[in-house]
Design a protein around this ligand. Sequence first.
Ligand SMILES: [Fe+2]
Ligand SMILES: [Fe+2]
Length: 307
Amino acid sequence: MAHKPDKHKKAKGKSKEKAALAKRKAASAKAEAKKVAKKKKRSPAKTDSVAEVPKVAIKVEGVEANETLVHDEANTATAVGASPTSEPLHDAGAWSFEVGDPAYDLRARALIARLESDLADHMERSKPVRYLHSISVAHTAEQMALQYGVDPLHARIAGILHDWDKVLTPAEQIALASRLGVNLGVDLHLVQPLLHGLTAAKRLPDLYPELPSCIWQAIARHTIGAVDMTPLDMVLFVADSIEPRRRDVPAIHHVRELVSESAPLDEVYWASFYHGVAYVIDTERYLYPGTLDIYNHLALHRMAPNR
Ligand SMILES: [Fe+2]
Ligand SMILES: [Fe+2]
């Protein structure tokens, strides 16, 4: 009987100790979280390596509080507003595509460094996810270029600059497109997600007059596509839709597989394009009539007996 109170005392002491330990752990975790948050605040995401990108929260465009990377991208998009390429971004790691080293000379390296630095100044702080996506598209496009016999430097540059006008709000993109005389034959509000490629292609040559026009064409076409895409156009269009930061949903997985298997580039482009159209229809969104025209043209071409 005399031992019982002692046992209780001991147990009580132990549970007090446990509680104190838990309290200390919680306090230390809280302090650590505070430290990390402070550090993050001081230095926003800054990396030029797609392998080091931090995990980011993505929401659907239009409701996001900060930066997102969604459908508008849709090169595929052919359609307006959505495509499988518009799936939220993942952090890097799910898929990678390395062909080789383009072995640039010093001049090319300096140009890339300057453009990446300009891009960082332009959007890294205000659109960090978009910035990382652009760097990732550039790398993917460069590697695809090596695989498909396209100029890797042109592909890399097109990737770096392709989403330049995505720093603007949708309303600003529409206003800019209107000011620049972009005419898609429909109300620009209906095709807002497609406009940034067209506006960037009109404005960037003033900023970089030394760059060749093939880069501006690829950027202009990266949202809508075209019936007569050049290999560079196709490389950028596809790279935009499959870069490693995008989630590996079935449609994107399919296109990545085609690229990994080195399928013909026009087949890869077609797959990326029709997945975009299918996605827009599946999600019952507005389909830009020009997209349908491109789709029909490509489909008929594929059906031709002697193609
Ligand atoms: Fe993009
Ligand atoms: Fe884009």
